[in-house]
Design a protein around this ligand. Structure first.
Ligand code: EPU
Length: 430
C-alpha cells in the first residue's frame, strides 16, 4: 500500500503540558473521499486544493490510479483525470479497513460511467455493523444488475442507469453520496428522500454542480437530480474538516488550555459547541475561528449521537475523554454504530471510570489519569486516546497509531506546535 509498516506506528506522549497557540484545520477527509470518487464520472480534468494528506486519501488516490487515473498528488493539491476506465477490481488489501467504506463510493460512479464495476465487499469494521444494503438497493432500482459473491460486488448495466424515486430507510452518508453520483449521470430524474445532510454531502453537491450536474435540494432532506449524459472536470477546494475542528476544540477544553482554531466553520460543529457551553467551557466564536479555553470546574452532560445536525458519532470518543474530567456523572448514548466504545476500555487503563451499558457509556468524573501503554482501535478512538495521554501524568504510549494517520493530518506535529510533548515513531519516509 505504501512504505510504512502499519503495525509499528506508536505515539509517545508525556502529559500535563498546557496547550496554547493556534492550529489550522485541514480539508475534510470525508468530503475529499467522495469528491475523488466523483472524478470517475467524467473524462475531464480536475484540480482539488485543501486535500488532507492522510492515509485514507492516499489509498483512494491509488484506487483511482488502478482504474486508469493520471495525475499528481503534491502537498495538498491533486490534479487528476481518468481519460478511460481500466476496469480493475479494487484489491482486497485496500478494502480491509475503514478505507474500504470509502472504496464503496466508487461503485455508483463506476457503474454509471462504464456500465461495469467490481469492488471488494467491505468486511467487518471495528466500530460496528456497516451495512451497504441501501447503496445496493438504490443502484439495483436504477437498473444495475448486482451480484455479491466471493467477497466482491459486481455491478453491470447495459444502457445508462435510470432515474428513480428512492427513500433511504435510514440516513446514510456514503449511501446518499453513492446514489447522488450515480443519479448525476443517469437518464431522467431521480428523487432521493431522507438523505443525510452532513456538510460533506453539501460540498459534494457543490463539486457535482461545477461538473454540470443539475441537483436541487427540496424540503430539507429531499434531493432532486436531473441526470446528464456527460459531466465535465472542475476546480474545487475541499471544505474544512469538522471532525478535526471538533477534536481540537475538545483539546482546548481541558483545564489550563487556551487555543485558537483557525480555518474553522463554527456552524459545522454547533452541536458540539452547545454541549461545551453547557459544560462551562469558554468559547469565543468568530466567522472563521474559535478561541477555546477552560479554567476547570467542568459540568457533566448527557449526550446522544445523531445524524447531522445532531452531535456526530465521529466526535463521541473524543468528547468521552473530556467528560472524564468533568465533576459528576455523564452519559453518552451511541445511536449510529453498535460497537463504538472500544476506546473506553483503553481509557480505563489510564484510570478513567467509564462503564458501558448497552449503547450508553456512563462516565464518572473527575478522575486523575496516569500514563501507560494503550492501543488504538479505530481512527476516532485513537484521537480520544491521544487526548487521554495529553492529560495523564507520565508517559502514555498509543500503539496501532496508524489509525490516527488515516484521518488526521499531522496531528502529532500540530499538537507539538501547541506545546504538547508528543512524538510519533515507526513512520518511514514517504
Ligand atoms: N446503514 C445501513 N445500510 C446502508 C448504509 C448504512 O444499515 O446501506 C447503517 C450503518 O450500518 C450505520 C448507519 O447506517 O449503522 C450509518 O452509516 P453511514 O452509512 O451513514 O456511515 P458511512 O457512510 O459508512 C460515514 C463516514 C464515517 C461516519 C459515518 C456517520 C465516510 C467515508 N465515513 O460512514 O466516518 O462515522 O458516516 O457519520 O464518510 C470516520 O471518519 O472516522 C468515520 C467512521
Amino acid at each position: 500500500m505504501n512504505n510504512i509498516n502499519m503495525g509499528n506506528i506508536k505515539i509517545l506522549i508525556k502529559g500535563k503540558k498546557a496547550l496554547s497557540g493556534s492550529v489550522r484545520i485541514s480539508g475534510a477527509k470525508n468530503a475529499a473521499l467522495p469528491e475523488l470518487a466523483a472524478v470517475i464520472l467524467s473524462s475531464g480534468e480536475f484540480e482539488f486544493s485543501e486535500v488532507p494528506r492522510v492515509e485514507d486519501i492516499k489509498v483512494m488516490y491509488k484506487t483511482l490510479q488502478n482504474i486508469g487515473a493520471e495525475g499528481k498528488f503534491s502537498a495538498n493539491s491533486i490534479k487528476i483525470k481518468i481519460p478511460e476506465i481500466r476496469s480493475s477490481p479494487v484489491p482486497r488489501n485496500i478494502v480491509e479497513t475503514e478505507t474500504s467504506r470509502a472504496s464503496i463510493l466508487i461503485l455508483g460512479p463506476l457503474v454509471a460511467r462504464d456500465g461495469y464495476a467490481r469492488v471488494s465487499l467491505p468486511g467487518g469494521c471495528s466500530i460496528g455493523d456497516r451495512n451497504i444494503n441501501f447503496h445496493l438497493d438504490g443502484l439495483r432500482k436504477m437498473g444495475a444488475e448486482i451480484d455479491v459473491k466471493d467477497g466482491h460486488i459486481i455491478a453491470k448495466t447495459t444502457g445508462p442507469l435510470k432515474g428513480i424515486e428512492y427513500e433511504f430507510p435510514w440516513k446514510t452518508v456514503t449511501g446518499t453520496e453513492n446514489l447522488l453520483m450515480a443519479a448525476a449521470l443517469a437518464e431522467g430524474t431521480t428523487i432521493l428522500k431522507n438523505c443525510a445532510l452532513e456538510p460533506e454531502i453539501g460540498d459534494l453537491i457543490d463539486l457535482l454542480s461545477k461538473m454540470g450536474a443539475d441537483i436541487e435540494g427540496i424540503n430539507g432532506d429531499i434531493l432532486r437530480i436531473e441526470g446528464k449524459s456527460t459531466l465535465t472536470g472542475a476546480v474545487h477546494t475541499v471544505i474544512p474538516d469538522r471532525i478535526e475542528m471538533g477534536t481540537y476544540v475538545i483539546a482546548g477544553s481541558f483545564t489550563g488550555n487556551e487555543i485558537v482554531i483557525e480555518n474553522a466553520v463554527p456552524e459545522y460543529i454547533d452541536s458540539l459547541l452547545d454541549i461545551l457551553k453547557q459544560m462551562g467551557v469558554n468559547l469565543e466564536v468568530d466567522e472563521n475561528s474559535i478561541r477555546v479555553s477552560s479554567n476547570g470546574g467542568l459540568r457533566p452532560v448527557d449526550v446522544e449521537t445523531r445524524p447531522f445536525p445532531g452531535f456526530p458519532t465521529d466526535l463521541q470518543a473524543q468528547l468521552t475523554t473530556l467528560l472524564t474530567q468533568s465533576h459528576g456523572l455523564s452519559r453518552v448514548k451511541e445511536n449510529i454504530f453498535n460497537n463504538r466504545f472500544k476506546h473506553a476500555l483503553e481509557l480505563n487503563k489510564l484510570g478513567t471510570d467509564i462503564k458501558i451499558v448497552g449503547d450508553t457509556a456512563i462516565i464518572r468524573g473527575k478522575t486523575d489519569l496516569a500514563g501507560r501503554g494503550i492501543t488504538a482501535t479505530d481512527l476516532r478512538a485513537s484521537a480520544a486516546l491521544v487526548l487521554g495521554g495529553l492529560i495523564a501524568e507520565g508517559e502514555t504510549v498509543v500503539a496501532n497509531s496508524y489509525q490516527l494517520l488515516r484521518g488526521y493530518e499531522n496531528m502529532p506535529q500540530k499538537l507539538q506546535a501547541l506545546g504538547a510533548d508528543i512524538k510519533i515513531v515507526g513512520v518511514g519516509n514517504e
